[in-house]
Design a protein around this ligand. Structure first.
Ligand code: GS8
Length: 214
């Protein structure tokens, strides 16, 4: 069967979130670059893949889907369901809980920081320090909860790695390029968890893909 196609630009942490899951699942896939500069994401071809004209989108044969976290789940269900613990009612529920926390607490606070520190300057916009500070405060409160959780279990959903942990990798990698790279220093268990995630080949694949020369 033909490899799956992940459409996107690897500078997007929504796209590289999918790269991590596809790598971890051992999926057969290839990345198809979408050129934002030429507006390719709004072309009829791409709108057929993602009606919102956004990246990422995934193609598996004649099946298309979008929304990075749905793509990540699909890769796991297809190639590595252990990452979702779907056979266990309570473990899978904890994976769901921490996957929601990643999306609605952690990345909800981290994204505006990344946007203002990294994306806006690239687009010629002006960074709003107030937005950064407000979201840093939110993120610190979230990290306090993570620190407490990670003193009790090795990973977020329990003593097993899951998609809930892996979904953090792509956006957190971008934090290193901001002035807040040392944020985790105040949270030793979070830092150890992150160091473990960073060492995984899937995270290193994203590092390699997002190097300026890549
Ligand atoms: C968000 C996708 C998104 O914002 C997901 O896949 O998780 N909830 C969705 N994609 C941006 C790229 S930056 O990460 C995008 O395509 N923006 C272009 C646009 O909105 O026109």
């Amino acid at each position: 069967m033909a490899p799956m196609k992940l459409y996107g630009a690897t500078m997007s942490w929504n796209v590289t979130r999918c790269v991590v899951a596809l790598e971890e699942a051992g999926s057969d896939y290839e990345i198809v670059h979408i050129n934002f500069g030429t507006g390719e994401h709004k072309s009829p071809e791409h709108l057929a893949r993602n009606p919102f004209g956004q990246v990422p989108a995934l193609q598996d044969g004649d099946f298309y889907l979008w929304e990075s976290r749905a793509i990540c789940k699909y890769a796991c269900r297809k190639n590595k369901p252990e990452l979702l613990k779907e056979g266990d009612l309570k473990e899978s529920a904890m994976v769901d809980v921490w996957a929601e926390v990643e999306a609605n607490q952690y990345t909800a606070a981290l994204s505006p920081i990344l946007f203002h520190c990294l994306v806006l300057p690239m687009l010629g916009g002006t960074t709003d320090q107030k937005v950064i500070e407000e979201n840093l405060e939110k993120l610190k409160k979230v990290l306090e909860v993570y620190e407490a959780r990670l003193t009790k279990s090795k990973y977020l959903a329990g003593d097993f790695i899951s998609l809930a942990d892996l979904n953090h990798v792509s956006a957190t990698l971008c934090l290193a390029a901001t002035p807040y790279a040392s944020l985790f220093d105040g949270y030793p268990h979070v830092k150890a968890w992150w160091t473990g995630l960073m060492a995984r080949p899937s995270a290193q694949k994203v590092v390699a893909l997002t190097k300026p020369s890549a």
